[in-house]
Design a protein around this ligand. Structure first.
Ligand code: EPU
Length: 303
């Protein structure tokens, strides 16, 4: 969607919001899939309530994009303008065992910065792509660690009130790849509390997780991580593998040869290709196992 109202464009500039015209969103997602739209880069969290009020008053549909690593966007011209937090030098501030992190910060960089300050616990999250905000929203986890366990406080833009709010960690439900945040809440900053650990020990943990991940996941291909959540007590990857679907494709979208719950963009995949592959694999798993797989990747539907 393109913004054309000069008054609105002027008001955005007055809020310090950067307006980029006709951005290719494929370049902003780890899948390399997505059409084009105007992008609004938010430099100051405090400007969000005014920005969203402005867009609502002008009747402009909008959506917030985090790090783009767990999302499948539609093709073509998108029917929303896209909001994103500016990602230049997001703050990571350490005070004792407490870490204050801007949600635009890269999750991996956060884990290594904390490690250098002798704060561990998050080693398992080292290879999880994306931002701290995205990790929080879905309670990202790997190798027995999930980010929700360390959250003491979160600053969010609450869509329901149109205000910035600070929530205590204990007031948020963190479940397997699910949280109690509303879908249109925007994560802004988080205070984590991490256990002290010797740097060498943390580094060793990071190395082990990196090796496990390299051995089992297609890290050098465009993907959104696991496509489906694991159903209780089962592994989606193993079921898809047992069906012989590694390498199975729909257009340019393909089930990874390395890990069957990773669907990769094998070159020029469209959103329609990826959705067709998801639907096809889900149907086959249902028919064979009687299990309805639920997507872990967030699919933005344009209709
Ligand atoms: N397996 C197969 N074939 C495959 C893939 C897996 O047989 O193609 C088997 C493995 O051999 C293993 C079992 O399935 O016995 C589980 O596989 P794995 O250890 O790779 O874990 P997973 O359950 O597939 C989960 C998370 C990953 C996370 C890893 C490591 C989900 C949906 N996935 O994968 O998270 O990195 O554990 O902790 O919970 C993600 O969320 O995007 C993600 C990649």
């Amino acid at each position: 969607m393109r913004l054309s109202d000069p008054q609105l464009i002027g008001a955005l500039a007055a809020l310090g919001v950067e307006h980029r015209v006709g951005v290719s969103l494929a370049e902003k997602t780890s899948l390399g899939i997505g059409g084009t739209s105007d992008l609004l880069l938010v430099r100051r969290h405090e400007s969000l309530p005014d920005l969203i009020r402005l867009l609502r008053q002008a009747g402009v549909p909008h959506r917030f994009l985090g790090g783009g690593s767990n999302v499948l966007l539609p093709d073509g011209e998108l029917p929303w303008v896209i909001l994103q937090l500016a990602r230049q030098d997001p703050e990571i501030r350490i005070e004792g065992n407490l870490v204050f992190v801007d949600c635009a910060a890269d999750l991996g960089r956060t884990v290594t910065t904390c490690a250098k300050h002798g704060l561990g616990g998050m080693e398992g999250l080292i290879g999880v792509p994306g931002t701290v905000g995205g990790a929080l929203r879905m309670n990202a986890g790997a190798y027995g660690t999930q980010i929700g366990s360390f959250v003491r406080e979160v600053q969010v833009y609450r869509a329901a009130t149109g205000q910035l709010e600070t929530l205590r960690g204990s007031a948020i439900n963190f479940e397997y790849r699910h949280t109690s945040f509303a879908p249109d809440d925007i994560m802004l900053a988080v205070r984590l509390e991490l256990p002290s650990k010797p740097y060498r020990e943390i580094l060793q943990g990071i190395r082990i997780c990196n090796e496990k991940r390299r051995a089992s996941q297609p890290l050098n291909q465009k993907s959104a991580g696991c496509i489906f959540k694991n159903p209780p007590g089962r592994s989606a990857g193993r079921m898809i593998d047992e069906l012989g679907l590694k390498g199975h494709a729909a257009g340019g979208a393909r089930v990874s040869d390395r890990h069957a719950n990773f669907f990769v963009n094998a070159g020029h995949a469209t959103s329609a290709d990826m959705r067709a592959l998801i639907a096809d694999v889900r149907r086959r798993v249902r028919e064979r196992y009687g299990v309805e797989l639920e997507e872990e990747v967030i699919v933005w539907k344009d209709s």
